[in-house]
Design a binder for this molecule. Structure first.
Ligand code: ITT
Length: 188
């Protein structure tokens, strides 16, 4: 099944291809740059963007809104993750965390999928902690400073397949994929 991923972020597309490609989904990137509303709720942001795209694009697609939430910074950068990454980078987060021992953080993602008629959302999260120094060169964004629970490597030290097994995006994609498979059997 062909499915379009509406995003400007090629790393997200690579991860989605590795995750659901082997399960029979051909992921095609389309960069439509939908507007994103200001909200502290990732699902609201994803659903608004998906509705905008659905009024302009009739093939099955999904898009995703994601964020990085640091507990001791009261959830910052959260919904501002993309902007903060462009302005301060992950080194800016490490500087803000200087001297702070409580280093727990999480990534969250909400995927909104549109099948031509209805929009359905799927969430995924991963908890972990922030390193003292950046490590690794794979992945993107805050990957070099985040170690998921139960691991000793950062996301940037893992392959896309390994990251996809535990990541927020991997988990949301799994839910979408299961729902699509289920729908496919009931529609037949
Ligand atoms: P699109 O909106 O076009 O999909 P984007 O990169 O702007 O691409 P988001 O608004 O969802 O995507 O981005 C939130 C930011 O959070 C993103 O730019 C990264 O800096 C960070 N981020 C999201 N997922 C991440 C991941 O898996 N690893 C590292 N950083 C991530």
């Amino acid at each position: 099944m062909k499915i379009h991923f509406i995003t400007g972020n090629e790393n997200k597309v690579e991860e989605a291809k590795k995750k659901i490609g082997p399960l029979g989904f051909e992921v095609i990137q389309k960069n439509l740059n939908p507007p994103e509303i200001q909200s502290d709720n990732l699902e609201d942001v994803a659903l608004f963007s998906a509705k905008w795209v659905s009024e302009r694009f009739s093939e099955p697609f999904f898009l995703e809104d994601a964020g990085f939430f640091v507990d001791s910074l009261n959830g910052f950068p959260g919904v501002y993750s993309a902007y903060v990454f462009e302005t301060l980078g992950y080194m800016g987060i490490l500087r803000l965390m200087d001297g702070i021992e409580e280093r727990s953080a999480r990534f969250a993602a909400v995927i909104a999928y549109h099948d031509g008629k209805q929009i359905k959302s799927f969430g995924g999260e991963v908890s972990g902690h922030i390193t003292q120094e950046p490590r690794g060169s794979n992945g993107f964004g805050y990957d070099p400073i985040f170690i998921p629970e139960g691991e000793s490597r950062t996301f940037a030290e893992m392959s896309a397949e390994e990251k996809g097994r535990v990541s927020h995006r991997g988990r949301a994609l799994e839910k979408m994929q299961e729902w699509l498979k289920e729908k496919d059997t009931t529609d037949r």
